[in-house]
Write a protein that binds this ligand. Sequence first.
Ligand SMILES: C[S@@+](CC[C@H](N)C(=O)[O-])C[C@H]1O[C@@H](n2cnc3c(N)ncnc32)[C@H](O)[C@@H]1O
Length: 293
Amino acid sequence: MSAAALAGRPIDAARRALAERFESAGIDSPELDARLLVGHVLGLDLTGMIASSDRPLTADESMRLDVLAGRRLAGEPVARILGHKEFWGLPLALSPETLVPRPDTETVVELALEMLRESPANKSPSIADLGTGTGAILLALLSELPDATGIGTDISVEALGTATANAVHLGLALRANFIHCDFASALTGPFDLVVSNPPYIRTGDIANLAVEVRAHDPLKALDGGADGLDAYRILIPQAARILRPCGALVVEAGKEQAVQIEGLMTAAGLMPHASPKADLGGIPRAVGARKMP
Ligand SMILES: C[S@@+](CC[C@H](N)C(=O)[O-])C[C@H]1O[C@@H](n2cnc3c(N)ncnc32)[C@H](O)[C@@H]1O
């Protein structure tokens, strides 16, 4: 359906037509994607769209919608088109050098909060987020813990700029610092909590990922080496060095990686948490460990 075909249609009919077009193209969430793109072009949230559902699209609106729909049909994720993504209820800006934060990663935030609660001595916890990207995990934790402070590191200077802008926008900048280094190499600690969602895709699997991921997420955020575990081999011993006694480490794991990650934690002298926390799909996603007292 072209821009000409959308022009003059009521907003709701145009949204439905777009959703059908996305569905026939095999897009996973056609209704949501159509609603977000229409809302973006019109500058309306869901309530505003419902209130204006009968208003016809102007020629300019339909043209802009058609351009964005073309990008989505070519495999660009809606979050990249909009330039932002919600994580833990926080609106986060994206840049080409940042991963789009995933709902699965909220499991890391959940387990980190649980493990902090198990050590109530930490009234104002210090947190390190290794490979922070948009700052998603660190900023989510700081939003939940008003007395916490944290440092996010990344190998990408541009990602650190995006994380800093997100911290400012969310009013968390006074409690968050961002440092350019290789995971924890420039950190001394001690920290009460270290978190990380490192690159963990096997190099050989990257070409088979969905176009939304392989063509739009930065390779630095994906490539975990031949077996996907390269980053864990570096950052787990680093975390053991910078954690204070009884401090917690929580990392995100790829499918079928949790057992090997626990092995790396044990080898670094950490005590794995009772069991990994599963994501909504039942995959063990967040793996925790504690430094011995
Ligand atoms: C999977 S992304 C996770 C981003 C963010 N923490 C999230 O959960 O949305 C991994 C991040 O690690 C960063 N990274 C990759 N190698 C790194 C390294 N050696 N040292 C620090 N950060 C690194 C990437 O630039 C990317 O931002």
